[in-house]
Design a protein around this ligand. Sequence first.
Ligand SMILES: NS(=O)(=O)c1cc(F)cc(F)c1
Ligand SMILES: [Zn+2]
Length: 260
Amino acid sequence: SCQWGYDSDNGPEHWHKYYPIAKGENQSPIEINSKEVQHDPSLPPWFVGYDPGAAKTILNNGRTCRVVFDDTFDRSVLRGGPLPGTFRLRQFHFHWGSSDDHGSEHIVDGVKYAAELHMVHWNPKYSNFAEALKQADGVAVVGVFLKVGKTPKPEMKRILEEIDNIKTKGKEAPFSNFDPSILFPKSRDYWTYHGSFTTPPCEECITWILLREPIEVSPDQMAKLRSLSINAETEPVCPMVDNWRPPQPRHFRMVRASFQ
Ligand SMILES: NS(=O)(=O)c1cc(F)cc(F)c1
Ligand SMILES: [Zn+2]
């Protein structure tokens, strides 16, 4: 059946059987190699206008920890950068490893970060998210790398405090009054390229905006993420770790940088 995951029997090497686009030519993540990136001075800055009141719930869907927003109107939006018009924030989630030396999906000059935050937005010129993911310009994801250091990121506290209430698959808790832009690093420098969802359905609908500057989290904060389980409450405990897809072939895609 369609229960894809990250194990040897349902992981990234199997996804193409149910989602043939997983072997497409515009798949994500990819390796970013600074020497092959093209600096594009015409790339504008990107901007967000997030309404903290749009935050709704935090959920363990058995594959990641996801915070969901009200996207029924242009309430929390992303615009500028490589994007045509405004995109609506729908959710954000994370990918991480079983130890601090890996876990990110995109890899930069050989560097694997401990985790990667994805802020998912969709183009309201399409009637809904399901329609948008069928379009090449349907979705925009801002990716932020998480690097482990000594100082905890205070802005992560609220997310990690909720983890105790969503330990197992299917658990959901209210999550309100949160502006996710507090998670961004200082610099707005980014790489951008056209790619796909890094999980099934692997649709090639994403304009990626990957921030160059990682945010720093503490080892305890990473351990908290790793305390989530993929199993439901009534099933044997299986830690939610290594929920990342390895890099995919870049093929003929150009990665542009907003910075020199
Ligand atoms: N991991 S990802 O950001 O590419 C992503 C976003 C999304 F909205 C749905 C997915 F299945 C996967
Ligand atoms: Zn993701």
